[in-house]
Design a protein around this ligand. Structure first.
Ligand code: ZN
Length: 184
């Protein structure tokens, strides 16, 4: 049996690694939309990186949830599966950041705005990092079929979501504002 060497020394490291491995497996056939067509897993890894290095977020629960945040929405992963692998709290955070795919996209976008304020602190951190990373990707690698109009619309919507979460993490909010200034 594998023993978990971090139990005494680095609580949480094993959890974060397990989440990275699980997400990499689940997203293994997917690519990002932008023209570089990066492997999808780069996106959740970017979120965890932003949280740690730019938001000073060191809570392994948040980092693991960031790595897993798109598994239910974009891969064949159920909440039950996440609960079994990572526990109720992480599964709950992932669900808070998951759009209801059965709803019309306009309704989903609207719901993200109205639900952001009431989200848990952990989910708000993941959402902030997600919006930062998505705007950065849009600037670096805009999807070929996106008009400038559509990009602007996305920027403005992302800002509306972030504006609902002001006061969550000033460092991340500042990073968001910096990238928002590059709106096409
Ligand atoms: Zn995402």
């Amino acid at each position: 049996m594998l023993t978990d060497p971090d139990v005494d020394k680095q609580p949480g490291m094993g959890l974060v690694l397990r989440a990275a491995r699980f997400a990499a497996w689940k997203h293994r056939h997917q690519r990002r939309k932008g023209k570089g067509r990066l492997p999808y897993i780069n996106h959740p890894l970017d979120l965890a990186h932003v949280l740690w290095f730019e938001g000073q977020v060191t809570d392994p629960i948040v980092l693991a949830a960031a790595l897993l945040h798109d598994t239910v929405e974009d891969t064949q992963t159920s909440v039950q599966e996440l609960q079994g692998e990572f526990g109720e709290q992480i599964a709950g955070i992932v669900m808070e950041t998951t759009d209801e795919k059965s709803l019309d996209w306009r309704v989903r976008k609207k719901l993200q705005i109205t639900r952001a304020r009431g989200a848990s602190i952990e989910a708000r951190l993941v959402k902030l990092a997600d919006k930062i990373c998505n705007l950065r990707s849009l600037i670096a690698n805009p999807p070929q079929n996106w008009t400038v109009e559509r990009q602007r619309h996305y920027f403005d919507w992302a800002k509306e979501v972030v504006d609902q979460m002001r006061g969550t993490n000033p460092d991340l909010e500042l990073r968001f504002d910096q990238v928002y200034r590059k709106r096409p």
